[in-house]
Design a protein around this ligand. Structure first.
Ligand code: ADP
Length: 608
């Protein structure tokens, strides 16, 4: 290809590229001022590429002068379009006031008139492809105005970039990048090559450089509205290939060559048609996908809102319910106490006893729900300190012993060693009450409950937990709630090289293997709870898990199956890592709402 053909091709790319991008942006949204201004900018840019080409390839000095003037003519409007575009981007309507709009447009018109008059360039001399226009007086007005518009636009761009955030900031960044690259290339050509290396024949590339800016800008406008750069590039490439091929047919030397090229073009054209069709199909598909994604995001936000309302409602309702329920329970207990009140009818006593049991259950449910909402809203007050686990377990066993005796269970615990952890004694006690209480509750025959403590490497706990987590993840979606943490992930992190493991082993009814992954879900109870002998809420283990996680621990259950007893195990950190724990917890954002202690059931309800 000779030099002229290269220059023609480059000009064609610049013209077609500008027009195509301008068109694509315009059809996206014909009413948007941003898109219209962009289209105008790209159109002027294409026209100035043509003028630029002819200014370099004119036969006479007179026509060279004419085309140079035309370049300057278009440049004056290019500056206006640039300023207005930057000022408007990405709004639907012009934001500039009428007064300033008139001023800016008038400056453009005045400049364009100066450009085509002898005031800007009075004459031009061409020697050895070196074009030397002689500037006139008009330059003193033209240049400053031109620069003011460009610099003003740049100032607006930088100012907005600094001010904005998110997607808009990224869009503005693209605009700035496009501008910077175009500027660098133009300086490179005009200053370095032309002045230092004395190569002026690269001037024809100028059109291509504005295309850089136009491309970046088009991308910035379209990117955040589902459009994909790949689609734009495909379309642009298709058009350019076809234009080049058409030029080649016209410039063929012989008829045969022309005919062959024509046949080739038909093939390429058909291929292009198929390509564009598939691209259009993709656009449609993407549009639908985008719409669906937006709808989904909307629905999701709505659900989150509802979820928050639900938690707030549960929290409020539980709080309000607790007082009357406690009162009912308290008075019923007094009425059933023969020393305090006398009820003669044994039937009435029987009924009251049932009402009393239900009231106790209700009180337990309400306190559990209150605790769940406190944990989930991050409003649970956790005050950690050095805690003797041995002492705590012994305390719980002493408190709960009478219940165990009722069900003929013997609780075994070796309290010779002193194990110390860093935690909130109240919360750890709640976990122990839940686990030992369950062991008693879910044991039918006389048996033994074994509470033991050991120290194991953190690695071992981590591996056990990883195994549990991956098997739950591979299971039904519904079960995954059992590993979805109710607390911040950072609070869950295991700390230190070793962990204290607490096992609560019973010889009770056991748990079927398939139920093990579901135990720690909210409200989950094994079997049909309406017919279950033991009453409960299905919240105990969920709350225990959250409390253990608040202590950087893990909790899980093991059982050989129905009738074969169960072992519940949870881990706690050793006291020597307290500094690490404090540091880690400092990173977790605190909720602004008032923190509350764990709600306690009334003494009677605790007996369940
Ligand atoms: P609740 O005891 O109030 O029903 P939990 O969350 O404490 O709720 O326990 C959930 C379920 O796990 C229980 O309903 C029971 O089916 C089962 N479970 C808990 N602990 C044991 C245990 N030690 N032995 C057998 N099953 C148990």
């Amino acid at each position: 290809m000779d030099k002229v053909l290269i220059e023609q091709t480059i000009t064609a790319i610049s013209v077609v590229g500008n027009l195509l991008l301008g068109y694509i942006v315009l059809v996206r949204d014909k009413k948007s001022a941003t898109n219209i201004l962009f289209f105008i900018f790209a159109l002027i840019s294409a026209l100035s590429s043509i003028a630029n080409y002819f200014s370099l390839h004119s036969a006479s000095e007179a026509s060279t002068l004419f085309w140079i003037r035309m370049v300057m003519f278009f440049a004056s409007y290019l500056a206006v379009a640039f300023y207005l575009f930057v000022d408007t981007f990405p709004k639907q309507k012009l934001s500039i006031s009428h007064f300033w709009l008139y001023i800016v447009v008038s400056l453009g018109i005045i400049n364009s008139i100066i450009a085509i008059s002898p005031l800007l360039f009075s004459s031009v001399s061409v020697s050895y492809a070196n074009i030397q226009p002689s500037p006139g007086l008009g330059m003193a007005f033209y240049m400053p105005t031109f620069i003011i518009l460009l610099v003003g636009g740049l100032y607006l761009l930088i100012r907005n970039y600094k001010r904005e955030q998110g997607d808009l900031k990224n869009q503005l960044k693209l605009l700035l990048w496009g501008l910077a690259l175009t500027f660098i290339f133009i300086v490179l050509i005009n200053v370095i090559f032309v002045n230092i290396f004395k190569v002026s024949s690269l001037q024809f590339l100028a059109g291509l450089f504005t295309l850089i800016y136009v491309s970046f800008t088009a991308y910035a406008i379209l990117k955040y509205r589902l459009f994909n750069i790949k689609i734009i590039l495909t379309e642009a490439a298709v058009v350019i290939i076809n234009v080049v091929l058409t030029v080649q047919i016209i410039t063929a030397n012989t008829i045969v060559e022309g005919l062959l090229r024509f046949l080739f073009e038909i093939l390429v054209f058909y291929g292009s048609y198929l390509l564009v069709k598939s691209v259009l199909r993709e656009i449609k598909f993407r549009q639908e996908l985008q719409q669906m994604a937006e709808q989904l995001a909307h629905a999701n936000a709505h659900l989150k809102e509802l979820d928050k309302m639900k938690t707030e409602f549960v929290s409020l309702a539980s709080h309000e319910l607790l007082t009357p329920v406690s009162a009912i329970e308290g008075y019923l207990s007094m009425m059933l106490d023969e020393h305090l009140a006398k009820v003669d009818d044994p039937k009435a006593v029987h009924y009251m006893d049932r009402v009393y049991n239900s009231a106790k259950r209700l009180a337990r449910l309400v306190t559990d729900m209150l605790n769940v909402s406190r944990i989930e809203e991050g409003r649970l007050l956790v005050e950690k300190r050095e805690v003797s686990l041995t002492g705590l377990i012994q305390q719980v066993i002493d408190e709960i012993k009478f219940k165990a005796e009722e069900k003929k269970q013997k609780i075994k615990f070796d309290s010779t060693n002193h194990w110390i952890t860093w935690g909130d004694p109240d919360k750890i006690k709640e976990v122990l009450i839940n686990l030992i209480g369950n062991s008693i509750k879910y044991s039918k025959n006389p048996g033994e409950i074994d509470v033991s403590i050991e120290i194991v490497p953190t690695q071992q706990v981590q591996e056990t937990w990883n195994g549990i987590e991956s098997s739950i993840k591979a299971g039904p979606l519904d079960d995954q709630e059992a590993i979805k943490s109710a607390v911040d992930e950072r609070l869950k992190r295991l700390v230190g090289e070793k962990q204290i493991l607490i096992h609560v082993k019973d010889q009770g009814i056991g748990i079927p293997k398939e139920e093990l992954p579901r135990l720690f879900k909210k409200f989950h109870r094994v079997g049909d709870y309406t017919t279950a002998e033991s009453q409960g809420t299905g919240l105990g283990l969920y709350i225990s898990r959250a409390l253990v996680e608040l202590h950087h621990g893990r909790i899980w259950a093991d059982s050989e199956g129905s009738g074969k007893g169960s072992t519940f195990t949870f881990s706690l950190p050793q006291v020597n890592v307290q500094k690490d724990i404090i540091d880690l917890e400092k990173q977790v954002p605190k909720t602004k709402e008032a923190l509350k202690p764990l709600a306690r059931p009334t003494k009677e309800a605790e007996e369940l």
